[in-house]
Ligand binder design. Sequence first.
Ligand SMILES: [Zn+2]
Length: 149
Amino acid sequence: MEFPITDLLSREQCTQWIVEHFHPNGFGCKHCGATLEQARKFRTTYRSQLTVYRCRRCDQTYNLYTGTLLEQHHLRPEQVVLFLRGILKGESSKTLAAELSLSYKTVLTLRHQFQDRAQQLQPDDPLPDAETETDEMFQNAGEKRNRAL
Ligand SMILES: [Zn+2]
């Protein structure tokens, strides 16, 4: 069932969640590192309805998505939170597109970009013993399933 849930979420809380998760070292100018307090509100984007800030130090503009995978996709903050929740829960791209009023292509493109980024962030170090055993357990489970076929 598709449920129009985006209208029920708070814009401010979703924005705050994105700041915490996409800008853990603080949200500010991506060009020179100045803080948000050193910027002025410049305009609001049409589709994503984001505030665009103009940095008083370097005169460049930026918004909540600048320097992230969300840049250029025009999602509203509520759509971002629900999109990420959906892909983590394994929702189909078709369902997510319908529920979040996004094109199927946008959902698919963003999903692949986030999955690629997550893959890149996997540590190169070997896992500690306890986690290796868990990993081996899944490998063994897969081998047994293959043998039964
Ligand atoms: Zn700046």
